[in-house]
Design a protein around this ligand. Structure first.
Ligand SMILES: Cc1cc2nc3c(=O)[nH]c(=O)nc-3n(C[C@H](O)[C@H](O)[C@H](O)COP(=O)(O)OP(=O)(O)OC[C@H]3O[C@@H](n4cnc5c(N)ncnc54)[C@H](O)[C@@H]3O)c2cc1C
Ligand code: SF4
Length: 333
């Protein structure tokens, strides 16, 4: 049995109260607890106090705000609520897909979107028991040691951002609202992550995510999310790609006016696949589109040995799953 380290729990009922409680030394935020509690059982952190957001009912819910042109999703909204929400299913099918494929139904009922966006990075060498980490020479940069077992000569941690929803929300150009001691600010999700697995977000000390704002579509589009993992459920992705193509009209034979393709599970920051200009002006159902995009994803995405499975195989799976994702969009009409 894995034991938790000792800690206190406080549950303020306002955002200000949560932000104030986070000023205490050794305080950590907890939402659904589906990520942080397993990490604490592995003794990856020993917080003195967990600050729960469970009494912040204002952070739960999904509202379509036509005046602001966004869908507002409270950070405390569960993944099940997102996957099953009619506006999400109709306006952002790739988000309904990504929220609906996280882990298992019971984890999606507890896990929140705020926790998913702030999910700690993962690595096969650190998401282990303290005993296991000790057996490979006293841990690594992210835990108790000072070496990286993935890039032995590297000085940085390259643990993977394994959230299913982050690549999708980046492809949808979502913005998050952060509340902290200095007030509230908005941050484009594309600018929120950086390539350091020990501290991979630009959250300021004491800040919490309160809301995700997803811009409402202003043109016809097709979106899709593909995830490769070993099991069909209860598995983090080993390869993931979010696809979005803006179209001149609402038909798969319409021409592409913009493309947003984001791959996850590479390093600590998802990768936006660039150099897709060659598909602009082509019809989405032109076979060249799947070929060009999957080839660009293959060339630009180089998985590291931070999660299980051979890196060369995962890289090939990026190409395969990108192509399959585009074919699925086309076949769906
Ligand atoms: C067996 C298993 C399988 C899983 N599979 C997947 C998977 O396939 N895909 C996937 O994406 N995830 C997976 N997860 C991870 C996790 O369940 C989800 O990512 C979930 O959405 C996390 O949300 P939570 O509310 O439980 O976060 P918590 O565990 O409560 O918190 C996670 C982290 O986010 C921080 N945090 C929480 N809320 C906020 C906030 N509002 N503002 C700022 N920081 C915050 C916490 O401090 C903590 O560092 C899996 C977990 C388990 C145990
Ligand atoms: S990438 Fe390196 S430093 Fe980071 S968790 Fe893995 S082994 Fe540790």
């Amino acid at each position: 049995m894995l034991r938790l380290p000792p800690f206190r729990v406080v549950s303020p009922d306002t955002v200000e109260g949560v932000v104030a409680a986070l000023q205490q030394p050794g305080a950590r935020l907890i939402a659904g607890g589906t990520d942080i509690l397993p990490n604490l059982k592995h003794w990856l952190d020993r917080p003195e106090v967990l600050v729960s957001i469970n009494r912040l009912t204002a952070l739960r819910g999904i509202v379509r705000d036509d005046n602001a042109g966004v869908l507002r999703i409270g950070a405390g909204t569960t993944l099940t609520q997102i996957a099953e929400h009619p506006d999400v299913q109709q306006l952002f099918p790739s988000l309904a897909q990504s929220a609906g494929c996280v882990a298992s139904p019971s984890i999606r009922n507890m896990g929140t979107i705020g926790g998913n966006l702030n999910l700690d990075t993962r690595c096969r060498y650190v998401n282990q028991t303290e005993f296991w980490r000790g057996a490979i020479g006293g841990g690594c940069i992210k835990s108790e040691g000072n070496v990286c077992h993935v890039v032995p000569k590297g000085r940085n941690c390259v643990a993977a951002m394994s959230s299913d929803n982050v690549p999708v929300l980046m492809s949808l150009q979502a913005v998050i609202v952060q509340a902290g001691p200095e007030g509230t600010r908005t941050v484009p999700l594309c600018d929120y992550y950086h390539a350091d697995g020990t501290r991979h977000t630009h959250a300021k000390p004491g800040e919490i995510t309160t809301e995700v704002q997803v811009p409402l579509p202003t043109s016809a589009r097709r979106t899709h999310y593909v995830k490769w993992c070993v099991r069909k459920s209860i598995d983090f992705p080993l390869v993931s790609v979010a696809l979005r193509f803006d179209l001149d009209k609402d038909d798969v034979s319409a021409t592409i006016s913009a493309a947003h393709v984001v791959a996850g599970v590479l390093g600590a920051r998802p990768r936006q696949v660039r150099k897709l200009d060659a598909i602009l002006g082509l019809a989405l159902n032109d076979p060249k589109v799947a070929q060009i995009v999957s080839e660009a994803a293959f060339k630009q995405c180089k998985p590291l040995a931070n999660v299980p499975y051979e890196t060369a195989y995962r890289r090939r799976m990026i190409r395969v799953y990108t192509r399959r994702g585009i074919e699925a969009m086309v076949n769906a009409g």
